[in-house]
Design a protein around this ligand. Structure first.
Ligand SMILES: [Zn+2]
Length: 276
């Protein structure tokens, strides 16, 4: 959390507030929040620079600045980006605040795991090398049966872990992998190599369906995620499996279970997602 639909929503909504605004100051509350470079260079290369565009790659949010630098946010588990018209309004767990020529952008992060990076277009920092190696996103047309089959056919890891691998399904996290596996009626512990062609096709369709719907609903607000205007998304109202342990399956009425796979919780229905 947040995953592709949440970061996409943040991107779309921040664009309406921030395009063509310039940074006039930075208030750093905790220097750990800056992943790259050091606070001094960070400040030097951001002041008076204009935000030309905001892009998203997987779960990364990338601001394109007028000096060909990228200001990249990785929100990890609990990071939030909030736009305030009045910079004097305080936001809990503010780690860094960007003052703009109108309003301010606050990066709030209770667990301090999220990071912000600033780097020139042609000099990607080591700590962001994942950006070069991200896989296709399920909402892309290139994310199709052939693509997913190629990525999982020789893999003995569970399909759940494979879907969480950002080099395979960029932007997918715990919520949408569980929802898609439920939709495709595939047990999360099945090995990648054990999936039949028909199942892979169904999983691709389900990933696209679930993620597109979640974008339409502006993401899932069940723990920390809020939109930049402080409002909630609404996909939590449409979850069919995630966080429904002990409740009845909408499809077969069996009790939904939760298991740990690689230390991550996975929700599934033992009635209609069989571990064959
Ligand atoms: Zn079921």
């Amino acid at each position: 959390m947040p995953e592709l639909p949440e970061v996409e929503t943040i991107k779309r909504e921040l664009k309406s507030f921030l395009i063509n605004k310039s940074f006039i100051g930075v208030k750093l509350e905790n220097k750990k929040i800056i992943g790259y470079p050091n606070p001094r260079d960070f400040l030097k290369n951001i002041i008076n620079k204009k935000i030309l565009d905001i892009d998203r790659k997987g779960k990364f949010l990338i601001f394109k600045l007028s000096n060909n630098y990228n200001l990249t946010f990785h929100l990890r588990l609990s990071g939030r980006l909030i736009y305030k018209e009045n910079p004097k309004e305080e936001v809990k767990y503010t780690r860094i605040m960007f003052l703009l020529n109108k309003g301010s952008l606050v990066f709030s992060e209770p667990r301090l795991l999220g990071r912000v990076y600033l780097y020139h277009d042609n000099k990607l920092p080591e700590s962001l090398s994942l950006l070069k190696n991200l896989g296709k996103e399920p909402i892309m047309s290139e994310f199709n049966f052939q693509y997913l089959k190629e990525k999982i056919k020789n893999r003995n890891s569970s399909i759940k872990s494979l879907l969480l691998d950002q080099k395979i399904a960029s932007g997918v996290g715990n919520i949408y992998s569980d929802e898609a596996l439920f939709c495709a009626q595939i047990h999360p512990k099945r090995k990648g190599s054990s999936l039949k062609d028909e199942e892979i096709k169904k999983l691709v369709r389900c990933l696209k369906k679930v993620i597109k719907r979640a974008i339409k609903e502006k993401g899932t607000s069940i723990s920390d995620y809020l939109r930049p205007n402080g409002k909630e998304g609404s996909f939590q109202n449409y979850l069919k499996i995630f966080k429904r342990e002990g409740e009845n399956c909408f499809r077969c009425n069996e009790k939904i279970m939760r298991i740990k796979i690689n230390n991550r919780s996975s929700y599934f229905c033992p009635g209609c997602q069989k571990e064959v």
